[in-house]
Design a protein around this ligand. Structure first.
Ligand code: FEO
Ligand code: CA
Ligand code: CA
Length: 635
């Protein structure tokens, strides 16, 4: 019997808990922002405010400081035949199978339960059984999300894939409503985390997992290391003396110029709960959304690390909420948690090199009314690597404040700021509580920042997925409520990612597509390819009978004043799934995306990737995308 206690779709799990948000700071209403800029922008404020009603109002704001239009490509970058609403309705067999553009083909790769080492039988979705925890530790996990492909030297179609396993509900992963013992918890834990696996394309063009000494699973029970200011501090020490273990709720991803993978810990609070009924949450724990029963995984009932009220593990929760670096080539490397990048519900990370050779990292904190962040490394990344230290171990963390003028400011989160020096005794305390630091400096509360990706001219794309609880607009979040979400772009002045001043604009409001053939809502995963195609994966109920989808924009499209960019639908998933994650081969001719929680694990909704039989448990999987004519994916 499949449980529905967590609701009919994934949205129920996350949205229920995030429906209010934990940000009580009351930062920056629209009126306040307008007022704060009145002195500075005196002459142009009225024009800026009146332009507030047009999505493209801030594009090309002023010469040299706006978002420069990308260089046009003759004939356009995105020319495939999109999946129409009519086509999806006709071909999806009631939402039980995905539908792809007629110019494309897809293949399923590494579904949940795929062995990563020889000698383990695949779990193929038998509803009467599940893997044991020990078996699951040797298999691809569930909840496929962010990923990246690291090709072997000189190869395009052979390399290491790092892939996140964000979450699987107990009903899906365990086949029962709640864990009944520690073995059940260990299975759930083994299903979460990260897989590092070699994949390669054979001569027939089919991709498969390859057994390799570098293949490994990283779970919440894998030894990890910390670096940065919080490492070695009391904030990470428990009376139990237990060593730091693991990563969890690995949502989006990123990759570094030095060849490593970054995985982002998002809804880590959801695995913790409270056993002692008299326990009172600290202010910090409340701000990070911890509560009595978490997101329903029940780990805390059998694994004391996840019981917030257990005094022996009083700081265990501080060990989560970080950006984590993984070396795909070294199976013995403990993943490293970079505390300099701040602790929050890290969705994803995009990195670009600055003109001086440092790196700038753009990161969203996905909760209603939380913030957009940037980190700039202290050292040139090549110097740091040569010195044997991580470029992400030290630097400056910033949070974004958006103004209605189309400009914005990265506000530094450090004790150099007198307000923060007063509020936090140490840098460690500040970084563990980055959300509260951001509250204090007037960051702009956003509509759930999800992925970031870097396009042409050092322009950063940010997906804001939705916020049904927004009652008051602000500069960068103008829909009340924001049921469909939007995408904004930012770019530092002069295109220098080290600058604290930036321009921004609305790239598209998803609601503006409502009456169009390209309709989409709830933008989440985002990736801009090196030529300028923006791939968006959605997460939320799609209109017109569609399911979650992969849609593509040409960021070099020639847009007239007030004209929105054109989404083209490449792929549509199945009932109650989410399309997320992106990776590509270096030649851009093979791309990978993920189908997460198909059918929410319920075989009544879909049996994908198995043939439809009404019985087989659907399995999260990677979808390999190729253009039939061998062209670049998205073209
Ligand atoms: Fe894991 Fe905000 O998506
Ligand atoms: Ca997401
Ligand atoms: Ca989402």
């Amino acid at each position: 019997m499949i449980s529905t206690k967590l609701g009919g779709d994934n949205a129920a799990i996350h949205d229920e808990k995030e429906s209010v948000g934990s940000n009580r700071s009351g930062n920056t209403t629209f009126a306040e922002i307008a007022a704060t800029r009145r002195d500075v922008m005196a002459g142009s404020l009225a024009a800026a405010v009146s332009g507030f009603l047009a999505p493209k109002a801030f594009a090309g704001y002023s010469e040299g400081t706006g978002i420069p239009e990308a260089k046009q490509v003759e004939g356009g970058l995105v020319n495939f035949e999109p999946v129409t609403i009519e086509q999806y309705t006709a071909q999806s067999e009631g939402g039980t199978v995905p539908v792809i553009s007629s110019d494309y083909e897809f293949q399923v790769l590494i579904p949940w339960g795929t062995p990563i080492v020889p000698g383990v039988a695949e779990y193929t979705g038998d509803p009467n059984t599940r893997p044991t925890a020990a078996e699951q530790e040797l298999m691809v996990g569930i909840g496929h999300d962010g990923m990246w492909f690291f090709p072997e030297a000189g190869a395009t179609s052979d390399g290491m894939l790092c892939i996140n396993h964000e979450f699987g509900t107990d009903s899906h992963l365990l086949g029962k409503d709640d864990p009944e013992n520690l073995d059940d918890v260990r299975l759930s834990q083994a299903g979460h985390g990260v897989s590092v696996v070699r994949i390669a394309e054979d001569e027939q063009g089919s991709w498969d997992l390859v057994f390799d000494d570098r293949n490994r699973r990283i779970t919440v029970n894998t030894p990890v290391a910390f670096d940065g200011p919080v490492a070695g501090s009391p904030f990470l020490v428990n009376p139990a003396g237990n060593p730091p273990l693991g990563t969890v709720n690995n949502c989006g991803s990123g990759f570094t110029p030095w060849g490593t993978y970054l995985t982002c810990e998002e809804n880590f609070n959801g695995y913790f709960g409270i056993v002692d009924p008299n326990y009172q949450l600290t202010e910090s724990q409340a701000r990070y959304g911890f509560d009595a029963d978490g997101f329903g995984y029940g780990w805390y009932n059998f694994d004391p690390r996840f019981d917030i009220s257990n005094k022996d593990y009083v700081n265990e929760s501080n060990r989560f909420g970080w950006i984590v670096e993984i070396d795909p080539q070294n199976p013995n490397q403990p993943p490293v948690k970079h505390t300099a990048l701040g602790r929050f519900k890290h969705e994803a990370i995009a990195i670009q090199e600055t003109p001086s050779g440092k790196v700038a990292c753009y990161m969203g904190d996905d909760e209603r009314f939380d913030y957009c962040y940037k980190f700039v490394s202290e050292f040139r990344w090549e110097d740091a690597i040569q010195a044997g230290i991580s470029p992400l171990a030290s630097g400056r963390l910033y949070v974004a404040r958006f103004f209605v003028t189309g400009r914005g400011r990265w506000i530094e989160l450090s004790r150099r700021n007198p307000t923060l020096r007063e509020a936090f005794a140490t840098d460690e305390e500040l970084l563990v509580n980055a959300r509260q630091a951001a509250d204090l400096v007037g960051a702009t509360p956003m509509d759930r920042p999800e992925w970031t990706s870097i396009g042409q001219n050092n322009t950063v794309y940010w997906t804001l997925t939705n916020n049904s609880n927004r009652t008051e607009k602000n500069a960068a979040n103008r829909e009340v409520p924001n049921n469909d979400g939007h995408i904004i772009r930012t770019r530092e002045f002069g295109g220098d990612p080290e600058s604290q001043d930036f321009s921004w604009d609305f790239y598209i409001l998803a609601s503006s597509t409502r009456e169009s053939e390209g309709v989409f809502t709830d933008p989440d995963a985002a990736y801009v390819d090196p030529e300028g195609r923006l791939f968006i994966g959605t997460d939320g109920g799609q209109p017109d009978g569609l399911q979650d989808q992969l849609t593509v924009f040409d960021t070099t499209e020639n847009l007239g004043p007030g004209q929105d960019p054109t989404p083209k639908r490449l792929f549509v998933g199945v009932n109650s799934d989410e399309i997320t994650g992106w990776a590509t081969t270096p030649d851009l001719r093979t791309a990978f995306t993920n189908m997460q929680h198909p059918g929410d694990g319920n075989p009544q909704n879909t049996n994908f990737p198995a043939m439809t039989d009404g019985v087989t448990i659907p399995r999260d999987c990677t979808i390999v995308l190729k253009k039939r004519d061998g062209g670049v994916v998205g073209s």
